[in-house]
Design a binder for this molecule. Structure first.
Ligand code: DAH
Length: 339
């Protein structure tokens, strides 16, 4: 028995030493220490050993098992280490190779303009709100004093989804939604997409507007013009000039149209501003008392003013973009130039 154990030890250790990979090593483990392995069988047969020898044989068997286990784990570590080294050698990285460069993203020009405008409004105490692009006829038109069949509807070629549901043609819908929900006095601004059935180099069926609405006691045209002047100054710089023309919107009375120094030629006169040095920026006006009343605001106590700039035109002019469609195409070559 003792001799058998010594043989197992010598052979086992020799085989472990010779083994060249993890699979072979595992086979050796099974051969000696597995369920039906040579050493396991001897340990199982201990009951047949004469009682006086049992102690000695038992302790020898245990030390053989220990030696084999140690041998196996030592070899395992060696093999794993060798494999790691080989893998690392294969995956060697040449740190002197020039890099491909990290591509930097940038904000879309519309987003930049939007952020700038929002910042100005927030500094002036406006709350920013957002609302639905799929809207009812009521919020987009009727509550803004544009009843069905009103000729002012012709100015906005609207996409109707059904008789009463449409893609909002203006962010002015948010005036109504704000007046219904909020308690005066308040100032809100709503940036958002609007939709009209119109398409050429300066018109896109999707474009962007802001809607600003201020409701308070004793405010009127003078406050509106002062505020717009300050916004234009912050937006386009100290030297911007502003021009006001009378206009018509059913939801404001009086209604005005604001022009500002043409940002393409800085007022010198160019093809874009048709030599005038000015380009149109906003529609604005004092909120029609009828509109206040329809949304539940007491027009004897409160008054309001509103303005609604389209932003795409301004972004086109300030960035010298010849076609509005470029703003929506997501062409990376264009976006790169806009960084
Ligand atoms: N919603 C108008 C349009 O799309 C623009 C506008 C005009 C908005 C006057 C206003 C306003 O808030 O007071 O043509």
């Amino acid at each position: 028995m003792k001799q058998k154990l010594n043989e197992i030890l010598t052979n086992g250790l020799a085989e472990i030493e010779k083994s060249a990979d993890l699979k072979e090593l595992d086979e050796i483990r099974v051969k000696y220490l597995g369920k039906t392995g040579e050493l396991t069988q001897i340990l199982r047969g201990m009951k047949d050993v004469a009682p006086e020898d049992r102690r000695e044989v038992g302790s020898l068997a245990n030390s053989v098992r220990e030696s084999l286990e140690n041998g196996l784990s030592e070899k395992l570590a060696n093999l794993e280490n060798a494999k790691l080294m080989a893998d690392m050698e294969k995956e060697k990285v040449d740190i002197t190779e020039p890099s491909k460069g990290v591509k930097k993203g940038a904000l879309h020009p519309l987003t930049r303009f939007n952020n700038k405008f929002m910042e100005i409004c927030v500094e002036m105490g406006f709350s920013v709100i957002q609302g639905p692009e799929v809207e009812t006829d009521y919020y987009n038109f009727e509550a803004l004093n544009v009843p069905k069949n009103h000729p002012a509807r012709d100015m906005q070629d609207t996409f109707f989804i059904s008789d009463n549901i449409l893609m909002r043609s203006q962010t002015s819908n948010m005036q109504v939604r704000a007046m219904e929900k909020m308690k005066p006095p308040f100032k809100i601004v709503c940036p958002g997409r609007v939709y009209r059935n119109d398409s050429d180099s300066s018109h896109s069926p999707i474009f962007n507007q802001f809607e600003a609405l201020v409701i308070d006691e004793n405010i009127g045209l003078k406050d509106l013009m002062l505020m717009i002047k300050e916004i234009l100054r912050r937006l386009f710089g100290e030297n911007v000039k502003m021009r006001v023309r009378p206009s018509y919107f059913p939801f404001t009375e009086p209604s005005i149209e604001i022009d500002a120094t043409c940002q393409m030629c800085q007022g010198k006169g160019c093809s874009l501003c048709k030599g005038t040095g000015f380009s149109e920026v906003f529609g604005a006006g004092v909120v029609n008392p009828k509109v206040l009343e329809m949304s539940g605001i007491d027009s004897k106590k409160y008054s309001g003013f509103a303005f609604g700039p389209g932003i795409d035109r301004s972004v086109m002019v300030t960035n010298k973009i010849p076609n509005i469609k470029y703003l929506f195409r997501n062409d990376i070559r264009f976006l790169k130039q806009m960084r």
